[in-house]
Write a protein that binds this ligand. Sequence first.
Ligand code: NAD
Ligand code: ZN
Length: 232
Amino acid sequence: MNDIRNIVILTGAGISAESGLATFRGPDGLWEGHRVEDVCTPEALARNPALVHRFYDERRAKLAEVKPNAAHEALAALDAAWPGELLIVTQNVDDLHERAGAKRLIHMHGELRSAFCAACGRAVPWVEALPPASPCGGCGQPRMRPDIVFFGEMPYEMDRIEEALRRADLFVSVGTSGAVYPAAGFVQTARHVGARTIELNLDPSAGSFYFEESRMGPASRLVPELVHDLLA
Ligand code: NAD
Ligand code: ZN
């Protein structure tokens, strides 16, 4: 891997599975027993704010019981040591990458420990429960909502991500099912510009065939191995 300078790493729910956070389960994509349509869409939030807020309150509270695993730690070590460009793009809404020490990080689907005002757009760190109709500290409107990118909403920082992908020599995907766009398409952009592409996952994913190389196993083993090779 001597010729690699610029790296983009995409992570998904699988990297946090060994920390004790559930991934989507089953063909219908249940998240902790809830259908995606009931907790991950703007329509669900409008229809049943109590349910949606409670769901993210529970996910946020759970963060206090878990800690980063060897995969998060290895990526943070790579971030600290890598002399070239590096960007970790996570689809996860947990905070395990930053708690492991990662700095060059984008939460493209938002963060559990953040809330924003649907009236004025102001985002603020949020650690406690977030009752529906909580007032905004900026404009005063009772419109604070979880800072989660729902299906049908635009992910964050797509420009910066696209730019990093276009400069990448290596693209790595860790623990993501390759089912949710636009993240599922990043591998195609990376390939288009000639980057090497590696997938790390427990099982082959929906997008496996786009990758030059797929390594199967738990993230807590595969990620430290890859980081070791990169830093060797
Ligand atoms: P997903 O749940 O659809 O897929 C998880 C993938 O991880 C699967 O391909 C599975 O084979 C793999 N996996 C499971 N355990 C693994 C392990 N120990 N090591 C390596 N791979 C493992 O996840 P997704 O593709 O990230 O899409 C889910 C969406 O739901 C995301 O957008 C995210 O915002 C949200 N989500 C987030 C969290 C979180 O923040 N921790 C958890 C669940 C869902
Ligand atoms: Zn506001």
